[in-house]
Ligand binder design. Sequence first.
Ligand code: ZN
Ligand code: ZN
Length: 133
Amino acid sequence: MIRGSCLCGGVAFEAGDQIEFRNCHCSRCRKARGAAYASNVFVRPADFRWLRGEDLLINYRLPGAQRFGNAFCRTCGSPMPRAVPMRDLIVVPAGSIDGDPGIRPTYHIFVGSKAPWHTITDNLPQYEEYPPA
Ligand SMILES: [Zn+2]
Ligand SMILES: [Zn+2]
């Protein structure tokens, strides 16, 4: 079980079993997170619930994108979990998790478009785009 919250504390959530933990280096994630890459944990919708502040969320859908969006707290701007269209998943920004989720990132995706100023220094597998199915 993991718990998470935003910077102002207005939004909080909890979730059960984490399915995956990966880092995405695509340009969209870079913009949305204001960081070199996005660290994302994935859970099933059935294992996820908002504890408070769901009404504070803004869900931005990127026009023309099949999967991409950005959910954040309207008060403090912290990225928050969102449902992934087309996949039965909730993506949880790892930085929003309070405490240790107990799992670690297992690979990097969209390394082909990573920030030129960022160097990956771990030995995890790297994929140019999505990993092979
Ligand atoms: Zn907030
Ligand atoms: Zn990405």
